[in-house]
Design a protein around this ligand. Structure first.
Ligand code: ADP
Ligand code: MG
Length: 422
């Protein structure tokens, strides 16, 4: 038996991918960048785990470290195991059976994954033949079927086209076809829809969902957009300044967010249960520099609940309460954050707008930390956020598309010409 499958034979529920104590530093002229400061996560078979956080929070570096794709300037500590086998510090050659076969990757810009000088068919054939013992003709037939399944119209003809002959969304579908060509167990997708127009984003997400149904692969989905996570993830890990600051099921994160940063992310998302007249409220301030190590909570300078203890000690990730051991948050004031809900930031922004008052120094729980007249706003659950313009959610975990009917399920494919070739 293939040694990488040995552990699975013993325990089908064992995590496929397990990351423990991952730390990544870059030595730069400006100082040491502490890009990842202790990530622990498990990805179980068939699960979709979303990693969300603002730009620079260490999401991509975490993924690149897991796949051995970081530059030499990176120093990496911790453990990354696939089915129990340590991947960190393996040589390129030793990583070959994992990359592109057991674990496949999808990046933000399809042009970085596709070679502009070869037809897409040639590229899928090569991907298949790198890991499967089939003839070119067989591989070409498989490629055409894959293109059909990811919703490329007329795949028999399109297979001969070059990447530049496809639109951005169609190119990303080709990348998804390559990602599933060898029946991976894990798909690692880093901002797969970020470069696309908002309406195309949902189509590509839908294709990704179809790809998961076909392969039963687990997905690690990295995005800065909680709206993308809402419709597809089972669990969510929120990252800030190189560390997980909250982790839980999608319902725990959307209905009971308990770390102020998560509340801020939710409060800044467009919603479908409002009339759209209110302003979106971005979290005030910007993420910290990753050079050097923080003394207190890195989110404290932006946090309406911040108190002295937050400047002094970085909070540990701990269970939010005894009933939900899977829901962890890193905050000295988890309960206050949970009780305030997304009104924490909305009220703060209103207050800042009207009085230009800096609430960052207000002690948590004190009477003055409540904006005058602010009612407690609860987070409304994953179904209430707008995934992309022209889309409306269909309850938790699902969404509908714009009523133009052009959205394809992926299995049948969208109507031809749904996207125009540039
Ligand atoms: P994101 O969450 O947006 O994916 P990244 O994981 O790409 O963030 O980056 C995390 C931090 O690491 C950022 O501060 C980034 O500037 C830094 N970083 C990433 N790659 C390098 C590198 N090769 N050299 C130095 N710093 C880097
Ligand atoms: Mg990134």
């Amino acid at each position: 038996m293939n040694p990488i499958h040995a552990q699975n034979a013993r325990d089908p529920y064992a995590p496929l991918l397990a990351i423990d104590g991952l730390e990544v530093e870059f030595r730069t002229a400006e100082g040491t960048v502490n890009a990842v400061r202790g990530v622990d996560l498990e990805l179980r078979p068939g699960e979709v785990l979303g990693i969300v956080g603002e730009s620079g929070s260490g999401k991509s570096v975490t993924a690149m470290a897991a796949m051995g794709l970081l530059p030499r300037s990176a120093s990496v500590r911790g453990s990354v195991r696939f089915r129990g086998e340590e991947l960190l510090h393996l040589r390129e050659r030793q990583l070959m059976p994992f990359r592109g076969k057991a674990i496949s990757m999808i990046f933000q810009d399809p042009m970085t994954s596709l070679n502009p000088v070869y037809s897409v068919g040639w590229q899928i054939v090569e991907a298949i033949r790198a890991h499967q013992d089939v003839s070119k003709e067989e591989a070409l037939q498989i490629s055409i079927e894959l293109l059909r399944k990811v919703g490329i119209p007329n795949p028999e003809d399109r297979v001969a086209n070059y990447p530049h002959e496809f639109s951005g969304g169609m190119r990303q579908r080709v990348v998804i076809a390559i990602a599933i060509a060898n029946n991976p167990e894990v798909i690692l997708a880093d901002e797969p829809t970020t470069a696309l127009d908002v309406t195309v984003q949902a189509q590509v997400l839908d294709t990704l969902r179809t790809a998961l149904e076909m392969t039963h692969a687990a997905l690690l989905l990295i995005t800065h957009d909680l709206g993308v996570i809402a419709g597809i993830a089972d669990r969510v890990l929120v990252m800030y300044a190189g560390r997980p600051v909250e982790i839980g099921t999608v319902d725990e994160i959307f209905y009971n967010p308990s770390m102020p940063y998560t509340l801020g992310l939710l409060g800044s998302l467009p919603r479908v249960d409002t009339d759209g007249s209110e302003k979106l409220r971005p979290i005030p301030g910007s993420p910290p520099s990753m050079i050097g190590k923080p003394t207190g909570c890195p989110f404290a300078p932006r946090c309406p609940l911040a108190a002295d203890v937050c400047q002094e000690r970085e909070p540990e990730l701990a269970p939010v309460n005894a009933q939900t051991p899977s829901h962890l948050a890193a905050c000295h004031f988890t309960k206050q954050a949970h009780d305030r809900g997304i009104s924490l930031f909305i009220a703060t922004s209103v207050d800042l707008d009207s009085a230009s008052e800096n609430l960052a120094t207000t002690a948590p729980g004190s009477a003055s930390s409540k904006a005058p007249g602010s009612e407690e706003l609860r987070a409304p659950g994953p179904g209430n956020y707008v995934l992309a313009e022209g889309l409306s959610p269909a309850g938790p975990g699902g969404y509908e598309t714009a009523p133009d009917g052009h959205e394809g399920s992926g299995a049948t494919g969208p109507a031809d010409g749904e996207e125009t070739t540039p």
